[in-house]
Design a binder for this molecule. Sequence first.
Ligand code: NAI
Ligand code: OAA
Length: 342
Amino acid sequence: MFAARQTFNLFQKRAFSASASQASKVAVLGAGGGIGQPLSLLLKLNPRVSDLALYDIRGGPGVAADLSHINTNSTVTGYNPDAAGLNDCLKDAEIVLIPAGVPRKPGMTRDDLFNTNASIVRDLAKAAAKSAPNANILVISNPVNSTVPIVSEVYKAAGVYNPKRLFGVTTLDVVRASRFISQVQGTNPADEKVTVIGGHSGVTIVPLLSQSNHASIAGEARDALVNRIQFGGDEVVKAKDGAGSATLSMAMAGARFAESLLRAAQGEKGVVEPTFVESPLFKGQGIDFFASKVELGPNGAEKIHDIGPVNEYEQKLIDACLVDLKKNIQKGVDFVKANPGN
Ligand SMILES: NC(=O)C1=CN([C@@H]2O[C@H](COP(=O)(O)OP(=O)(O)OC[C@H]3O[C@@H](n4cnc5c(N)ncnc54)[C@H](O)[C@@H]3O)[C@@H](O)[C@H]2O)C=CC1
Ligand SMILES: O=C([O-])CC(=O)C(=O)O
């Protein structure tokens, strides 16, 4: 409890010392769900957020009423699908987080969610393209490797696509990597920075341990660690036994990414997060989106970092990643072309 309060106080102090006066509206689409609720809670605790707008097909106003009693300064408003609910929720948002959609059950891959979540994300992206065309869009809904290209196609069709403002949230992979490596090495996870590149599913998740504090980790220990990072999501799906996938750790990861964007937007330099963006790194191989370290700034993604040096083992992981990633991206692009929606 004491540690939690200390962390919150630190969070508050950092934000106030930077710029508490700047107004930043943040919208959450899917705010009533397993991720949406704790994510909205963390955003309500963030002093950089001045207006929190919560939309869901059910339950948005209820979550908003509950959070609005928390004694931080931000306003919280809930929206239903009726009337102009979604568009009002989005209007003037600086950041739009999208955790709307169904989660996995045991035995499913993230790609198995495509049939349901593709149209949900497409339709929310259409509304965002209309009502918040300049906002940063943070896509959480799976399969991220396909839902991010879906948003880009929708924005292109609407004539408002800005690749610097579109992010697939892969922060949970980075959070897991630092936690899992610290458990193996007996270190403090706060000191463990592991770059995770590629995409957000199975073998498309590529941790670069050779660039971490533990480059010498090898053999079975390395294989087990890499496998746990790649399939960490499955661990939670199995443990929840039909009741969904990671929600609380994802809420923390989503709130961290939003906070990084707000810090960068409010003038802090050197804010770098790995994230899935339109990227030049593998365009030559026909892969338009890729997660790598990205420096954030007032305009969104300011600088996409190179992958940096990798060893032979990691090169093989990247090769395997690219095969799946290419198909996942194409599936998202093809979906919007074949199903442009209303
Ligand atoms: N990027 C990542 O690292 C992670 C992504 N996820 C993904 O996040 C998504 C959400 O997961 P949970 O919150 O656990 O699911 P959930 O089922 O608990 O919540 C989803 C929410 O979305 C709402 N929703 C459905 N259609 C909607 C629409 N058209 N507009 C607005 N809201 C809508 C539902 O009413 C529900 O409240 C899943 O696709 C899951 O796979 C989950 C964990 C990590
Ligand atoms: O595993 C899932 O389906 C949810 C997810 O993306 C994760 O926990 O990384």
